[in-house]
Design a protein around this ligand. Structure first.
Ligand code: ZN
Length: 217
């Protein structure tokens, strides 16, 4: 689905990208949660000091490599330890939604009154489809959706968060935080249980995140 000329890395493997403005959204979300010193420490650990005080521009160019996204997540874990790093990644994911809506809100088309007035389950279906389409249409990330009576199931077939990583357990925490916050926003303020069950970093064929369709309270 890449909308750019094919880019190969040194070993001849195809590279995948987020648009610059989505890389920017991730860095802004990180800075909000970690503070200026925190994000600079993570950028140094991730070998991405090139972004210190110099975030990618607000444009649609597919120039922010998947490797940078996964290195940011790994840098977060090495800076704060796996446990605290996980909690922080969830919070960063939530914070990213705010900046993401600022950037991509109009493309999502979920802000009009007609959407606000839909029943909850219709909102969850329409909303999750719009979010998946955003990734599929504007980034190299590939998402597909399934639904059963209990869950909306979000499969990331090509995932920047764990790109080229290996892990003992699912590690795409930023996506979990982002989806939690997206459901909160789409539902007009309800909390939903969201959990990553499978992860490419653990050898699975996709990163699979379950979103419970019933709010927690
Ligand atoms: Zn993943």
């Amino acid at each position: 689905m890449g909308k750019h000329t094919e880019v190969l890395n040194n070993s001849g493997k195809k590279q995948y990208f987020y648009p610059n403005r989505m890389g920017r959204v991730v860095l802004l979300g990180m800075e909000e949660i970690l503070g200026h010193g925190g994000i600079n420490a993570v950028l140094n650990l991730a070998d991405l000091s090139v972004y210190i005080n110099d975030y990618p521009p607000y444009n649609q160019d597919l120039k922010f490599p998947f490797t940078h996204i996964s290195h940011l997540q790994a840098g977060l874990e090495s800076a704060y330890g796996p446990r605290a790093g996980r909690g922080l990644a969830l919070r960063v994911g939530r914070a990213c939604l705010k900046y993401g809506l600022r950037e991509f809100g109009s493309e999502l088309g979920l802000t009009d009154l007609a959407f606000r007035l839909m029943p909850l389950q219709t909102k969850l279906t329409t909303g999750s489809e719009a979010f998946a389409a955003l990734f599929n249409n504007y980034t190299d990330q590939q998402v597909s959706l399934e639904r059963d009576e209990k869950y909306i199931i979000w499969h990331i077939q090509r995932c920047p968060l764990c790109w080229e990583r290996q892990a003992d357990g699912p590690c795409c925490h930023l996506a979990v935080g982002l989806l939690q916050e997206a459901l909160f926003w789409v539902s007009g303020g309800k909390y939903f249980e969201v959990e990553e069950k499978k992860c490419i970093a653990c050898g699975d064929s996709a990163c699979t995140i379950l979103m419970n369709r019933t709010p927690m309270s």
